[in-house]
Design a protein around this ligand. Structure first.
Ligand code: C2O
Ligand code: CU
Length: 492
């Protein structure tokens, strides 16, 4: 795991729970947080589709229309009418076939974030564009040794990614463990953010906010605002958290409960690590084990300062980013009450994760992430133009920036020359975190998004095995990706 931040410790505000009000179903309640009462309902989970006999085939229709968000009918984007779309549960070795149909007014496509599958042809090919009214048949073949974990899918049409995800297009993918871990509950919690106007439409985001990376004031879990989770004491739940926010960092805390981290993005740690909090940059996932103790706990995202450019405007409507940093955001409430029922215990041993620290390295590369004045891609609202580049260049689909020999191990150092964090994401091939600002992490975590702190640097190692083809790496503050902070890679 990456260290949380090099910045000084941040004050965490208390989020007061102001009594439960009995509702129609006995589940309604009221939470007073951030000065405003928010009402929630019992947590629901997206529909789950499981592979059987080595395959899963489904259709996903991306459309703008009525979608349930934050307890109301919004006009937003959804897959098959819901946001998040269905959760796909797979096993290593499976073939996943998805027919994507585009009912939007603009192009879209599909990316299976973090899956180790071919980027070529009908695989995880982000250079495919599906035009309005069109469809595309994707086929993803997971290798027999695919790492277990929680992954996700979302659109990847360059220039539209942040808007389509902020609008509601995303869903979770679980690759099950080879040896099941006994738990009382296995939940997928997809965290997203957006903003809805009075009529229920997703807010349009001006250029100034895109440069900062858009953050919505509505932070949702499985499309719900502050849902309620109920459990008996002594239970063991597995929470698979996805940060599907376009730009928001989640610094997750669950006071009063014991949390263990089973793994980050890709694969499991050999043994679970007790954690007080977990930082998820946009795109990251956490595989958590929660052992319930009687009481009421708020799952919240504490304040995290991801930095900003001098003169840059706020990340949300009027001054949100300048708000009281002692305040966090409440995501959900866990209510643990009743007779204690001892849940399952023990964690089956995991195979040691791959470790490239001693591997011979075929090439060392450096990637400079820069954000500065003088770009050509923005402007028009009086805030000036800013360029988001990797090694001095904005993304150009016609250009291949990095060519790698198939089968080789490379060491990449990603250097952030700007005063704001950028989460660096590489498709298809997971990255082993080697160091952050020169310091080695406690364990050799495998991630597909690594946060590169403001004015900091991160070193990773990557084994370019199994697949050849063309794909991409980019900042997962998706506005930055759309503005050009992306490069094309070809493995051959
Ligand atoms: Cu989650 Cu290239 O994206
Ligand atoms: Cu960025």
């Amino acid at each position: 795991m990456q260290p949380l931040s090099r910045r000084s410790a941040l004050l965490l505000g208390g989020l007061g729970v102001a009594g439960a009000a009995a509702g129609a179903a006995g589940l309604a309640w009221t939470l007073t947080s951030l000065g405003a009462p928010v009402s929630g309902a019992a947590l629901t989970h997206p529909a789950e589709l499981r592979s059987a006999g080595g395959s899963l085939a489904l259709e996903l229709e991306a459309a703008r229309g009525p979608v349930q968000l934050a307890g109301r009918q919004a006009t937003a984007l959804g897959y098959n009418g819901t946001s998040p779309g269905p959760t796909l549960r797979l096993r290593a070795g499976d073939v996943l076939s998805i027919r994507l149909t585009n009912r939007l007014a603009e192009p879209t496509n599909l990316h299976v974030h973090g899956l180790h599958v071919s980027p070529a042809g009908a695989g995880d090919n982000v250079f495919v564009a599906v035009d309005p009214g069109g469809s595309f048949d994707y086929e993803y073949r997971l290798p027999a040794d695919h790492p277990p974990g929680v992954y996700w899918y979302h659109p990847h049409h360059h220039g539209m990614v942040a808007e389509q995800i902020f609008g509601g297009l995303f869903g979770a993918i679980v690759v099950e463990d080879a040896v099941p871990l006994p738990v009382s509950m296995d939940r997928v919690l997809v965290v997203s953010d957006t903003d809805l106007d009075a009529a229920g439409n997703v807010r349009d985001v001006p250029p100034s906010e895109r440069m900062a990376g858009r953050e919505g004031g509505l932070v949702l879990v499985n499309g719900q605002s502050n849902p309620l989770l109920s459990a008996l004491p002594g239970q063991r739940e597995r929470w698979r958290l996805v940060n599907a926010c376009a730009a928001r960092y989640l610094r997750l805390q669950l006071d009063g409960q014991s949390m263990q981290l089973l793994g980050m993005d890709s694969g499991r740690f050999q043994s679970p690590a007790a954690v007080e909090e977990v930082l998820l940059a946009p795109g990251n996932r956490a595989d958590l084990l929660v052992t319930t103790m009687a009481g009421e706990s708020v799952l919240r995202s504490a304040y995290y300062d991801r930095g900003s450019m001098p003169g840059m405007m706020g990340r949300g409507p009027a001054g949100r980013a300048q708000g009281d940093p002692s305040q966090g955001v409440s995501l959900a409430t866990l209510q643990v009450a009743g007779e204690s029922v001892p849940g399952p215990s023990g964690v089956p041993p995991q195979p040691a994760p791959a470790d490239l620290r001693q591997a011979p390295v075929a090439a060392h590369r450096q990637f400079l992430l820069a954000a500065g004045m003088g770009g050509g891609s923005m402007g028009g609202d009086g805030t000036g133009m800013m360029a988001f580049t990797i090694n001095g260049r904005e993304f150009d689909e016609a250009r291949t920036d990095t060519t790698v020999a198939a089968g080789s191990v490379e060491e990449w150092t990603v250097v952030n020359t700007s005063p704001m964090d950028h989460p660096f994401h590489l498709h298809v091939w997971p990255m082993q975190l080697i160091s952050v600002d020169g310091a080695a992490p406690a364990s050799p975590a495998w991630q597909d998004v690594v946060n590169v702190p403001a004015n900091g640097r991160v070193t990773v190692r990557i084994a370019f095995r199994d697949f050849t083809g063309r794909s991409a790496y980019h900042c997962h503050i998706l506005d930055h990706e759309d503005l050009g902070m992306m490069g094309a890679i070809e493995v051959r």
